[in-house]
Design a protein around this ligand. Structure first.
Ligand code: KIV
Length: 263
């Protein structure tokens, strides 16, 4: 595929065209995801759960992320490679800079960090030095222990207001993408309309500019029973077919539906 950049994704948002992001952690799946037409590949720290067997993303290290980012970037074939900054790799802007540099040198074209207002200074420093940032709000899995579990966020008016304020602030700080995870569909639509940067949803309903899923979830390989997960292997004979079915469903506006969404 022609090289996807953040400006490609911005233009797709402006044209009302949905785009697709899928996680991958190795070269074979990066190639499959890219050949299926996904515009972006996320080297997610979800690898701690789906590859390493942990019950959270907290044990994932910079060495793990660098290694998997190298593997994916060799086969991304034009798709935008976004690499997750793992737990505690960005407690301040200096450490964030050093660790984001490692991921960019491993082949990422953008890094993703979980958090809102407290990250804005770090985001603006990274962006000013040439490192594009995708922010991640709503259910932020690295904070599972402070959130008290993997729970839907933003259900009360106070929480919703705070997520919206965080989204505006990280956008003003220079983030060029935002992942919104497990928030009510109406809040995600509202934020997607208000921000001029693309918003990628997961468990955030049909109103975002793009969707992301963990590859192993969409292939029906995990025990993730969250309502937003759909097994795209159903009715397919090959992994390639399932990944293409996901890409097609997102682009056609057929996934997610209200049935996959939270209120
Ligand atoms: O690590 C990951 O795969 C993620 C997605 C769930 C958005 O952050």
């Amino acid at each position: 595929m022609a090289k996807v950049t953040i400006s490609t994704l911005g233009k797709m948002k402006a044209a009302g065209e949905k785009f697709v992001c899928i996680t991958a952690y190795d070269a074979t799946f990066a190639r499959i995801v890219s050949e299926a037409g996904a515009e972006a590949i996320l080297v997610g720290d979800s690898l701690g759960m789906v590859l390493q067997g942990h019950d959270s993303t907290i044990p994932v290290t910079m060495d793990h992320m660098s290694y998997h980012t190298e593997c994916v970037s060799r086969a991304a074939n034009g798709a935008l490679v976004i690499a997750d900054m793992p737990f505690m790799s960005y407690p301040n802007s200096d450490q964030a800079m050093a660790n984001a540099t490692r991921l960019m040198q491993a082949g990422a074209q953008m890094v993703k960090m979980e958090g809102g207002t407290w990250l804005s200074n770090t985001i603006s420093k990274l962006v000013a030095r040439g490192i594009p940032v995708c922010a991640h709000l709503g259910l932020t899995p690295q904070s599972v222990n402070t959130l008290g579990g993997f729970k839907v966020q933003g259900r009360t008016p106070k929480e919703a207001k705070s997520i919206l304020a965080d989204a505006v602030e990280i956008k003003d700080a220079g983030a060029s993408l935002l992942v919104l995870e497990c928030v009510p569909a109406s809040l995600a639509s509202d934020i997607s309309r208000k921000l001029d940067i693309p918003v990628i949803g997961i468990g955030a309903g049909p109103g975002t500019d793009a969707q992301v899923l963990v590859l192993h979830d969409l292939l029906g390989l995990t025990e993730n029973t969250a309502r937003f997960v759909q097994n795209f292997m159903a009715g397919q004979n090959t992994i390639q077919g399932a990944v293409k079915a996901f890409v097609k469903a997102v682009k056609a506006g057929e996934y997610p539906t209200q049935e996959h969404s939270y209120q």
